[in-house]
Design a protein around this ligand. Structure first.
Ligand SMILES: *Cc1c(COP(=O)(O)O)cnc(C)c1O
Length: 358
C-alpha cells in the first residue's frame, strides 16, 4: 500500500471560479495568474483547465516556455520582466510580454536590436514600493519606450498593496490616474481582491490569481459567499491510534498535554508535505467528514488529531486537511499565514489526483 496522502485538483472548480472571475471582469481581458506552479495546483494542469483565459501571468521564462511548448498561444506576462538582457531574444522568439519596471530594463530594451516589436506592461509604483516607476521617472520611461522601434503595445500597470484590506485601493488608484494622466493606453490594475471588491479597478486587463483556486484573500468572507469552489483538497488517512491518559504528552516538545483521557489519531501528513509546521493544536481538520482538530506539534511526516469524540474513526479513516471543509483559509488563519502560502507550498512528494479534467 502506498502512503495515503493525496492532493485532489478539481478542474471543474477551476473552471467554475474562472467563470466567476469572468462575470466580475465585464469587458476586461482576464489573465490567469499561474505563477508558483499554478499556486501549487500545477502550471500546465491549471492552464489546461483555464485554456479560455485571455492570457497567463508567470514569473520566469521557463514557466512561459512550458506554456508555449504545450501549445498555449495567448499573451504570457512575465510579472518581474526579464532579469538580464540576454533573455530578450528568447522573450521575442516566444512572444512573451515582460513587465518593465526599472530604467535598466528600459535601456536594455532600447539597445536590444530585437527583430520585432515586443508587447510590454509598463509598471507604475503607486505606493506599494515594490516594483515600478515612481511619479517622476514614469513619464520619461513611457516616452522613451513609445519612441522605440523595439516596442509594440504598451499596457500601463500597477499592483495594489491593500486590495484585501480595509484601506482598499483608493489612494493608489488616485496616484495611478495622476501619473498616467493623458496616456491613452490600456491599463491593468486588479488582482483577485480588487476585482471582487472594486469594480472601478477592472481596467482593461485583470490579473486574477487566488480566486481561481477557490480561496478568498480578504476578510471573513469564505469562498462560498462568493460562490467560489476550492480547487485543491489535501487529504490523507489515519495510520495509527494512541490512547492518552491525563498528563500524557503528544509529539515533539511536549507542548500538548492531555487534560482528560483522549483517543488520538496519527495522520500521514506533515510539514514535508506542505502542511504548515506553525499550525498550533486546535487547527481544524475533518475526519470521516466530522469536524476535529490537530493535537500537538506538526512533525515532518505526521500530525495528530483528536478522535475522542469520533469513536467510529480508526486506522484508515479519511482525513481532510483542507478543501471544502475545513477551508484552506481557515487552516491558514490558525497557522498565522494565508492561503497563498499553504497552496504554493504543496510539496512535490504529494501525489496529485485530477478530477473533472476534459
Ligand atoms: C500574484 C500577482 C497577482 C495575482 O494576485 P491574487 O491576489 O492572487 O489575485 C496579480 N498581479 C501581480 C503583479 C502579482 O504578482
Amino acid at each position: 500500500m502506498s502512503r495515503p496522502i493525496q492532493a485532489i485538483i478539481d478542474h471543474a472548480a477551476l473552471r467554475h471560479n474562472f467563470a466567476v472571475a469572468r462575470n466580475h471582469s465585464g469587458e476586461a481581458k482576464l489573465f490567469a495568474v499561474v505563477k508558483a506552479n499554478g499556486y501549487g495546483h500545477g502550471l500546465l494542469r491549471v492552464a489546461n483547465a483555464l485554456s479560455e483565459a485571455d492570457g497567463f501571468a508567470v514569473l520566469t521564462g521557463e514557466e512561459a516556455l512550458q506554456l508555449r511548448d504545450a501549445g498555449f498561444d495567448q499573451p504570457i506576462l512575465l510579472l518581474e520582466g526579464f532579469f538580464s538582457a540576454d533573455e530578450l531574444p528568447l522573450i521575442a522568439e516566444y512572444r512573451l510580454t515582460p513587465v518593465i519596471h526599472t530604467i535598466e530594463q528600459v535601456d536594455s530594451l532600447l539597445r536590444s536590436g530585437l527583430p520585432m516589436r515586443l508587447p510590454i506592461f509598463l509598471k507604475c509604483n503607486t505606493g506599494m514600493n515594490r516594483l515600478g516607476f515612481g511619479e517622476r521617472a514614469f513619464a520619461g520611461a513611457l516616452a522613451a519606450l513609445q519612441r522605440s522601434p523595439q516596442i509594440g503595445s504598451i499596457t500601463l500597470m500597477t499592483h495594489f498593496a491593500n486590495a484585501d484590506e480595509a484601506a482598499g485601493i483608493a489612494a493608489q488608484l488616485r496616484v495611478f490616474n495622476d501619473v498616467t494622466n493623458g496616456a491613452e493606453l490600456p491599463v491593468s490594475l486588479a488582482n483577485s481582491a480588487a476585482l471582487l471588491r472594486f469594480p472601478e479597478a477592472r481596467g482593461d486587463v485583470v490579473r486574477a490569481g487566488i480566486l481561481l483556486y477557490g480561496a478568498c484573500s480578504y476578510g471573513e468572507t469564505g469562498p462560498c459567499d462568493l460562490g467560489l469552489k476550492p480547487a485543491m483538497t489535501l487529504q490523507s488517512r489515519i495510520i495509527a491510534i494512541q490512547m492518552l491518559k491525563i498528563g500524557d504528552q503528544v509529539g515533539y516538545g511536549g507542548d500538548f498535554i492531555a487534560r482528560r483521557k483522549m483517543r488520538i489519531g496519527v495522520v500521514a501528513c506533515g510539514y514535508a508535505d506542505g502542511y504548515p509546521r506553525h499550525a498550533p493544536s486546535g487547527t481544524p481538520v475533518a475526519i470521516d467528514g466530522q469536524k476535529s482538530e490537530t493535537v500537538g506539534r506538526v512533525s515532518m511526516d505526521m500530525l495528530c488529531v483528536d478522535l475522542t469524540h469520533l469513536p467510529q474513526a480508526g486506522i484508515g479513516s479519511p482525513v481532510v486537511l483542507w478543501g471544502a471543509d475545513p477551508l484552506v483559509t481557515e487552516v491558514a488563519a490558525s497557522a498565522g499565514t494565508n492561503a497563498y502560502e499553504l497552496l504554493c507550498a504543496l510539496a512535490a512528494r504529494v501525489p496529485v489526483i485530477e478530477h473533472g479534467a476534459r
